[in-house]
Design a protein around this ligand. Structure first.
Ligand code: PDD
Length: 281
């Protein structure tokens, strides 16, 4: 397994960063996960745009320009022979002795890139069965629109989901409204067939899959409302699903042990998954 680490392509066991890397000491960094499907990076430009925004919001200078990044991602994919799977990239503020404030003398941001193959059939199996989610309080900070590597609440939420036999956790804000999943965006379909997902403000990550799906929904002539929805509304929904680079469109058939709709993957979620695959191809 070959990783890119600050200018070099190295064997996995030698792929290391400095103990004073601010990603390690403070989670002071950002990341992207991009799906690779039949050798192509899905919605690649949108990932670069979101990365640039995340870096800007945290005032981290980009470690390399977009052209170089495009080259590095392809190099890591080909050196690992990945044609279906993901590429992961992480940029941190760089190496500097531990001090909360930014380094006084500017340091170069760190950049690492890894890639992993995933059997596309695995996701298909999950999508055919549908997944279960559990609700858990959203304990994150108020700027989760920035894709930072600071993911401890998400880690704990995912672990809670796993321990109760579910795949994903839906995070619930102080008003009982669903924000998003621990690593995905959350959607429901109401009794009239209207698709609902929370508006992309600072309380959720504006998923690349979400953005692509908003366009697909419009092109399909389906109705979409971008607004908050409560857990109670989700319990009574006809369908539910999640979106993300690692899950694409995956139907949700159970929330907190209660079946959603018929307790089977819904027709709208299945349709959107199929159309999303066409868009990716
Ligand atoms: N997570 N919301 C959160 C909190 C996420 O972590 C993710 C993605 C999404 C969906 O975004 P996108 O469609 O751009 O993947 C929404 C990635 C896959 C991860 O952390 O592994």
């Amino acid at each position: 397994r070959i990783a890119y680490v600050n200018g070099r392509y190295v064997e996995g066991r030698h792929a290391m960063v400095h103990i004073d890397d601010r990603g390690y000491t403070f989670s002071d960094g950002v990341y992207e996960v991009c799906e690779v499907f039949r050798g192509a990076l899905i919605d690649e430009q949108r990932h670069y745009d979101r990365l640039a925004r995340s870096l800007r919001e945290l005032r981290i200078d980009p470690p390399v320009g977009q052209g170089a990044l495009e080259f590095i991602l392809r190099e890591v994919l080909s050196r690992n022979k990945v044609s279906n799977g993901f590429v992961y990239l992480q940029a941190t503020r760089g190496v500097s002795p531990r001090d909360h404030a930014f380094p006084q003398t500017p340091v170069r941001a760190s950049l690492i890139v890894t890639a992993r193959s995933v059997d596309p059939k695995k996701g298909e199996t999950a999508a055919l069965k549908g997944i279960s989610v559990v609700s858990t309080p959203d304990l994150r900070w108020k700027r989760v629109d920035i894709k930072t590597i600071s993911l401890l609440p998400n880690v704990l939420a995912r672990q809670a989901a796993k321990e109760s036999g579910a795949y994903e956790a839906w995070l619930i804000d102080a008003d009982g409204m669903v924000t998003e999943g621990a690593a995905s965006n959350a959607w429901i379909v109401d009794r009239s067939g209207t698709i609902i997902t929370r508006e992309a403000d600072q309380s959720i990550l504006r998923g690349i899959t979400r953005t692509a799906l908003v366009e697909i929904i419009a092109a399909q002539g389906l109705r979409l409302e971008e607004r908050k929805f409560s857990l109670t509304e989700a319990f009574g929904a006809r369908e539910a699903f999640i979106t993300g680079a690692t899950t694409l469109v995956t139907p949700v058939v159970m929330i907190d042990g209660r079946p959603i709709g018929e307790g089977l993957p819904g027709p709208i979620a299945q349709k959107l998954r199929a159309v999303f695959h066409e868009h990716a191809a």
